[in-house]
Unconditional design. Structure first.
Length: 279
């Protein structure tokens, strides 16, 4: 018994030690970015802070058109996130509660697209929108949002499938139509899945720099694309890059996604757990 207790204690120490090590590995790049964002301008990156130069954050929003790029990011998210959330909920509801020929096959086709890397469909999508003369507009995000997203459709379908059939039958007896039943009964019950979809969709859209790089010109870039392609350089010598304002801009860029995660952390856990209840 004593040896068993010692072995369990050693195992627990080893597990917590591994967790602590992984925490340091994953957190330290963020800490290093914060440290570098406060170092004096033109200084080399350091492992420990050497100063607290908050002027770098002012330079981060003034050396490039930071407010304009931020506005573009907000516009894209305001278009894509609500549309994707609602359209995915509608599709998930249809797959879970409605009967139609070929429904199972179509659901398999949609979920199988999750195995395709996004970059595989980027060029065909670009060609399509180019032929429609929609390049350098925000309309592609409107059309993509209306189509929903396979992962979120799957999440909603799993959630709606777990709702008891008796609730739907009672609504039918009371004369509730299918659209009304979706908006007044099923969607309110799917609040965890809705928050999960909205938060994850916002984080993906906010951090996506490849799609805007292909579809938009520099004046309409969102913040992610601008920070990845423009950079903080001397106007007379673009090869000279200022790392400190760039690090400060990266910190400012991360604030919305970090805030969204901590605000909706409970909903993320509930939504993913609820989506895994029924296959």
């Amino acid at each position: 018994m004593v040896n068993a207790g010692i072995n369990k204690l050693q195992l627990r120490i080893a597990v917590y030690g591994l967790i602590a090590l992984l925490t340091v590995i994953f957190v330290y790049p963020f800490v290093l970015t914060v440290i570098n964002s406060l170092n004096p301008l033109k200084s080399l990156p350091t492992l420990l802070p050497t100063a607290f130069n908050w002027e770098n954050y002012k330079l981060a929003v003034t050396m490039i058109e930071f407010p304009a790029f931020l506005k573009n990011s907000l516009i894209i998210c305001a278009i894509y996130v609500p549309l994707t959330t609602i359209s995915s909920a509608l599709a998930g509801f249809g797959f879970a509660r409605l009967n139609a020929p070929g429904k199972k096959l179509l659901f398999v086709v949609i979920t199988s697209t999750m195995m395709l890397p996004q970059i595989v469909t980027q060029i065909p999508t670009y060609i399509l929108f180019h032929k429609l003369d929609l390049i350098n507009t925000f309309i592609p995000w409107l059309l993509l949002g209306i189509g929903g997203a396979p992962f979120f459709i799957f999440l909603y379908r799993q959630f709606f499938s777990s709702i008891p059939r008796e609730l739907e039958e009672a609504a039918r007896i009371d004369g509730c139509s299918t659209p009304r039943m979706f908006w007044t009964i099923f969607l309110p019950l799917a609040t965890p899945a809705t928050w999960t979809t909205a938060i994850m969709c916002f984080q993906w859209t906010w951090g996506d720099f490849i799609t805007p790089f292909m579809f938009l010109k520099e004046a309409n870039y969102p913040l992610a694309t601008a920070l990845a392609t423009i950079g903080y350089t001397l106007p007379e010598n673009p090869k000279v890059v200022f790392q400190q304002p760039s690090s400060a801009a990266a910190i400012l860029f991360m604030i919305p996604t970090i805030a969204a995660f901590f605000f909706g952390q409970r909903y993320l856990v509930d939504g993913i757990a609820a989506g895994a209840v029924k296959g």
